[in-house]
Ligand binder design. Structure first.
Ligand code: NAP
Length: 241
C-alpha cells in the first residue's frame, strides 16, 4: 500500500482525493490548512492545520511513512508549495503538482493582466465601484484605496476586512447570480486572480455578459516540478515505483 499525502484547498483537490482513494493500493491522507470546516473526502483520511513550515512537514512525512506528495493546493498558495518541494527534496520523496489550467480570455472578455496584487491595487480608477474576488487577505490589500467603493467575497467567516464596504461570505457564485449581484451593487470593475477551474468562472462570465472590465492577477511562478492537469495522470505517477 502506498501512502500519498494530498495537499488540498480547492474543490478539484477534494475530487482528486476521492478518485485516488478509490484505487486499490493507495492510501490517501488529505491535508487542509483548516481555515474552513471540512469533512474527509470519501475513502481518505483528513488532517487539518499547518505543518509548521518545511521542517514540520519533513517531520510529518517521516513520522507518517508517506511515500509521495501530490500538491493540489490553489495556484496562489505559493508558500505551501515551496515548503512541500523543500520537504520532499530533504526526505528524498517524489513530489508533483496537480494544477488546473489557467483561464484565458475569449471573445467579449475585457481583461487587463497584471503581474501581482500590488499592480492590481493600483489598477482601478478613483471613484470606481470594484468587486474584489480575492479572499480576505487579497481584499485587505485594498485598504488604502479609500477612493474606491470596495465589495469583496471571502470563503471563510471572520472579522471585518479593513476598508471593505460590502462583504459576502461564501463560495463563488455562478454567472447568473454574479451578474445579478454586480448589477445590484453597481460594480464598474472586477479584480480577480487567475485561479482556473470551473467554480470561480462565474464572475468572469458575468463580467463578460455585463461588459465589465476585469483586472486579472497572473499566477505566481509554479514550483519547478512535475505538473499534471488531470487526476488520471497523477494516479499513473503515484503508481510508479
Ligand atoms: P499559503 O500562503 O501557501 O499557505 C500558508 C500556510 O498555510 C502554509 O505555510 C501552511 O502552514 C498552511 N497550509 C496551506 N495549505 C495547506 C494544506 N493543504 N495543508 C496543511 N497546511 C496548509 O496558502 P494560502 O494562500 O494561505 O491558502 C491556504 C489554503 O487555502 C491552501 O491550502 C490553498 O490551497 C487554499 N486556497 C487558497 C486560495 C488563494 O487564493 N491563495 C484560494 C482558495 C483556496 P505551515 O507552514 O504551518 O505548514
Amino acid at each position: 500500500m502506498k501512502r500519498i499525502l494530498l495537499l488540498g484547498g480547492t474543490a478539484g483537490a477534494r475530487q482528486a482525493a476521492e478518485t485516488l482513494a478509490a484505487r486499490p493500493g493507495l492510501a490517501v491522507v488529505f491535508s487542509l490548512a483548516g481555515r474552513v470546516a471540512a469533512l474527509a473526502p470519501a475513502g481518505a483520511t483528513l488532517r487539518l492545520g499547518g505543518f509548521g513550515g518545511a521542517d514540520g512537514l519533513l517531520a510529518y512525512l517521516r513520522e507518517n511513512a508517506i511515500d509521495a506528495v501530490l500538491d493540489a493546493t490553489h495556484p496562489f498558495a505559493a508558500r505551501m508549495s515551496a515548503n512541500a518541494v523543500a520537504a520532499c527534496a530533504s526526505a528524498g520523496l517524489p513530489y508533483a503538482r496537480l494544477e488546473r489550467p489557467a483561464w484565458t480570455p475569449g471573445p467579449g472578455d475585457d481583461w487587463r493582466a497584471v503581474p501581482d496584487l500590488a499592480a492590481a491595487v493600483a489598477a482601478p480608477r478613483a471613484g470606481e465601484r470594484v468587486f474584489l474576488a480575492l479572499g480576505r487577505a487579497g481584499s485587505a490589500a485594498f485598504a488604502a484605496r479609500d477612493d474606491l467603493w470596495r465589495a469583496a467575497r471571502a470563503a471563510e467567516d471572520g472579522a471585518p476586512v479593513p476598508g471593505i464596504d460590502w462583504l459576502e461570505i461564501g463560495p463563488p457564485g455562478d454567472a447568473t447570480a454574479d451578474a445579478a449581484l454586480f448589477s445590484r451593487l453597481g460594480i464598474d470593475r472586477i479584480v480577480a486572480r487567475n485561479s482556473g477551474g470551473r467554480d470561480g468562472r462565474g464572475k468572469l462570465d458575468a463580467a463578460r455578459a455585463l461588459g465589465l472590465p476585469v483586472v486579472m492577477i497572473a499566477r505566481p511562478p509554479a514550483p519547478d516540478a512535475r505538473c499534471f492537469s488531470t487526476v488520471e495522470d497523477a494516479i499513473a505517477w503515484t503508481r510508479r515505483d
